[in-house]
Write a protein that binds this ligand. Structure first.
Ligand code: 4AD
Ligand code: MG
Length: 463
């Protein structure tokens, strides 16, 4: 007999038929009338399927009564209209097969509410909770929608290297990749001699696929990457991971306005999909995680994103009368508190801030004619702050070289990137969306560690 998933069983199309379902017991209740109720979940959807097991069943005493939360079983039975109020259909079991028992003394999940902090310590088991099931299903849909969005628009999906020799953001926050023996490093003139290393030079985990993405955009037109990126920044915040996933589209013949337009369309596309296709999981988030999340998402979808320059943003912050921890002085980067003020209080919708001072942005951004700012954009959303960072790229070789050198970097390793400006240079633009920040944004989850299966953060890489 073919197994049906609980999401299908609950749809009721198999009513009055014999079905086979498999999953993990969420709860078991025994009634005095001589039968037990089991709430069964198989991950296919948020809801559980109720199983009614008659005490007459052969293995009732010896096996069914030993089923506690976490046990895995298969049930054959008839799918019937439910008698009780809570659910529409249930299964009257004819046969219960036990795959694995679960000791209630040892197994913490399912007894009482376990805190998110505690669940991070047992991240190998947290997929069995309501919250992590819901987060995982939403995250999955967002990944699919990302591919759909770009594919529908003719963007090509490319895979950029994870191991790289260049620092894209120029921020020096890279993890080293090496096969050298740390206790016996080869030295030359007092310094480590990387010519003996695996790649014959220094290598790192990538912080962004952008530079390689630009190579392909300037041949194929529009491309996007969707892959893991790594940052060795020691930021222990609820919005930073050392390993996170980023989506980076890159468009040839596109300027900053085109870039901002694509970003807004993409965000709205993802929200619409989640609202339409994850309604059960989203209701859970709205009820138990953030009571305003559905309202916020609908509102974001209906509003036109506000566009202001960095200079305007600083003026607004200075006039706001608001007390901030960090000063708002022209030339300094915006902090999350500033970003959140702009999007949550001042404009009450997403804000795209453009034209940042060149000193605080990466070397590859296009320099504006004012000599002070670059064609950068950050997209800010409520509760998160920056969710996207992007820019038009510098396409003038001389200006690019000047910036690389100004930032104290050498030109040599960027020879291939510079070539793009020598051979048929075009205006081009792109951005990076932090995937986990987006999952946080749509689910209302407070901590970024709880929207990725196994978070990597400073001093933490257990699993
Ligand atoms: O603003 P960032 O650093 O931009 C880039 O990496 C560009 N190369 C993107 C491009 O233009 N192709 O990072 C982009 C986004 C941020 O807006 C944020 O959402 C996310 O990546 N992000 C992080 N997410 C989680 N943990 C971290 N440590 C993150 N750092 C950046
Ligand atoms: Mg940024």
């Amino acid at each position: 007999m073919k197994r049906v998933y609980i999401v299908k069983a609950l749809s009721g199309t198999d009513i009055d038929k014999e079905v086979l379902v498999k999953g993990w017991v969420r709860t078991r209740r025994d009634s005095k009338g001589g039968f037990s109720f089991i709430e069964l979940n198989d991950g296919s959807c948020f809801r559980n399927l109720q199983i009614i097991i008659d005490a007459d069943l052969d293995n009732y005493q010896n096996e069914v009564l030993k089923l506690f939360p976490g046990s895995s079983i298969a049930v054959k039975g008839t799918l019937v209209k439910s008698q009780g109020g809570g659910q529409s259909v249930e299964v009257k079991a004819n046969e219960v097969k036990v795959y694995g028992y679960c000791d209630p003394e040892e197994y913490v999940i399912g007894k009482q509410r376990v805190s998110f902090e505690r669940l991070r310590e047992i991240a190998h088991l947290r997929a069995r909770t309501n919250t992590f099931g819901a987060v995982t299903r939403v995250r999955n849909k967002l990944a699919k929608a990302t591919h759909d969005f770009f594919q529908e628009r003719g963007f090509f999906y490319i895979n950029t290297p994870i191991i790289t020799a260049s620092d894209c953001e120029g921020a020096g926050e890279m993890f080293r990749v090496s096969t050298l023996d740390l206790s016996a490093l080869p030295k030359s003139e007092g310094r480590v001699d990387f010519s003996h290393d695996f790649f014959g030079k220094e290598a790192f985990l990538t912080v962004s696929g952008q530079l390689e993405g630009e190579c392909y955009a300037t041949g194929l037109g529009n491309i996007y990457t969707f892959g893991p990126t790594f940052r060795a920044e020691n930021s222990n915040t609820s919005r930073h991971l050392a390993e996170f996933w980023m989506i980076e589209p890159e468009m040839a013949f596109a300027d900053l306005d085109d870039d901002a337009e694509l970003a807004e369309e993409y965000i709205k596309y993802l929200i619409t999909l989640v609202l339409n296709e994850c309604s059960e999981d989203m209701e859970f988030f709205n009820k138990h995680i953030d009571k305003t999340i559905l309202e916020t998402l609908h509102h974001v979808n209906e509003s036109e994103f506000m566009r202001i320059s960095y200079t305007e943003a600083i003026e607004i912050l200075n006039k706001s009368g608001q007390q901030f921890e960090y000063d708002t002085i022209w030339g300094r980067d915006l902090q999350t508190e500033h970003e959140r003020f702009l999007t949550e209080k001042e404009f009450k919708r997403p804000v795209i801030v453009t034209h940042y001072p060149r000193e605080i942005k990466a070397f590859y951004m296009k320099q504006n004619d004012d000599g002070k700012t670059v064609a950068a954009m950050d997209v800010l959303v409520p509760k998160i702050g920056e969710i996207i960072g992007g820019s038009q790229r510098e396409d003038d070789l001389q200006k690019l070289d000047a910036r690389i050198q100004e930032q104290g970097m050498s030109l040599a390793p960027y020879w291939w990137y510079r070539d793009l400006r020598k051979f048929g240079s075009v205006p081009h633009s792109g951005f990076g969306l932090g995937f986990e920040r987006f999952v946080q944004f749509v689910t209302g989850m407070d901590n970024i560690r709880d929207v990725i299966p196994f978070p990597r953060t400073p001093k933490s890489a257990e699993f």
